[in-house]
Ligand binder design. Structure first.
Ligand code: NAP
Length: 320
């Protein structure tokens, strides 16, 4: 507490002046942007801090958590929490919330937008016209979605929405996940078997040490020269060097990526290729969804500050 008000440290960049959660946080207490605190100021403030706000594209290691010995909760603006030291949060018995479900529809839309873009060459066509190539050259044919096999790696909240949407495109769905689901679609035992079966492989599995490089050279070869990869999960799910090699050698037809192993840095090898579509981690990035995420994060923080269970706890963390 600070001046009898809850004390909040916000890890979201202070340069992001329109961030919908950052704008609302002052309703709840005294807010400090982490990137505006010197190491000395952060250490001095540390014992007063009740709430740490992060986002799923940020790193929140133990060294950051150690600065705040009296923390009550950690709030993640996003559904993925692979950047947070969850084991340490659990060890300290902290409440830890994230923002699932409210972003599923929009993230699914982006996955399908990327699939349509890479197969129907939307961004490529745009660049072709802007370069003035249309009067001089033929534009290559694309590939249809209708009647094709869509392999969904991770039939969770987002994967299930993608599966539903894909029915409108009249695609056949297959999936892989840790446990079988009560759905009419075929389940494959692993990523390689799914890649072997499908035309389009879309990855929506959380980032974790277990899922690191699940899409490797073997999986890409199973997808094959007519196959396309879409990654809207986490960059670390895909072995980027193996992907660049497979794309260069046309061992797969194309890839569309919203997430990257070292984002915001994107490998030059990817940028140089024209059978790749790239977006800067835009899955949940609509005005409406970001507002919904901010609203859910605010409700979670309010609950924790009044000593109650958060509405959407990160799996494995405190539920009371
Ligand atoms: P979710 O509901 O937890 O679904 C995750 C799915 O992945 C589940 O089907 C789960 O299987 C499966 N899975 C987990 N570990 C696996 C493994 N080792 N092998 C095979 N399948 C595995 O999560 P969600 O809400 O759909 O979100 C998924 C991820 O998308 C997030 O964690 C985040 O990283 C990413 N995301 C990205 C953006 C973006 O901006 N690009 C936006 C939102 C989310 P079980 O059901 O059997 O456990």
């Amino acid at each position: 507490m600070l001046n009898d008000r809850p004390c909040i440290v916000n890890l979201i960049s202070s340069r992001n002046t329109g961030h919908p959660l950052s704008l609302q946080l002052p309703q709840l207490g005294e807010v400090f942007y982490r990137d505006q605190l010197t190491p000395e100021a952060a250490a001095k403030l540390g014992p007063s801090v009740d709430v740490l706000v992060g986002a799923s594209n940020l790193k929140v290691p133990k060294s950051e958590l150690d600065l705040y010995p009296n923390l009550k909760m950690v709030a993640d603006f996003g559904v993925g929490y692979d950047g947070f030291d969850t084991a340490e949060i659990i060890r300290r018995g902290l409440r830890f919330s994230h923002t699932p479900d409210v972003l599923s529809e929009d993230t699914a839309d982006l996955g399908l937008a990327l699939l349509l873009d890479v197969t129907r060459r939307v961004a490529q066509g745009d660049a072709f016209i802007r370069r003035g190539d249309w009067p001089k050259k033929n534009f290559p044919l694309g590939r249809r979605l209708f009647g094709k096999k869509l392999g969904i790696a991770g039939l969770g909240r987002i994967g299930s929405v993608i599966a539903q949407r894909s029915q409108a495109f009249r695609m056949e769905v297959g999936y892989t996940s840790r446990s079988p689901k009560n759905v009419p679609w075929q389940r494959f035992p692993d990523m390689k078997a799914l890649a072997q079966w499908c035309d389009f492989l879309i990855v929506v599995i959380p980032g974790s040490p277990e899922t690191h490089h699940l899409v490797n050279a073997e999986v890409l070869d199973a997808l094959g020269p007519q196959g396309y990869l879409v990654n809207i999960a986490r960059g670390a799910l895909v072995d980027t060097d193996a992907l660049i090699k497979a794309l260069k050698e046309h061992r797969i037809a194309g890839a569309a990526l919203d997430v990257f192993e070292h984002e915001p840095h994107v490998e030059e090898g990817l940028i140089a290729l024209d059978n790749v579509v790239l977006t800067p981690h835009q899955g949940s990035a609509t005005v409406e969804t970001r507002a919904d995420m901010a609203d859910l994060a605010m409700r979670n923080i309010r609950k924790a500050l009044s000593g109650q269970a958060v509405i959407t706890p990160v799996p494995g963390t405190r539920k009371d």
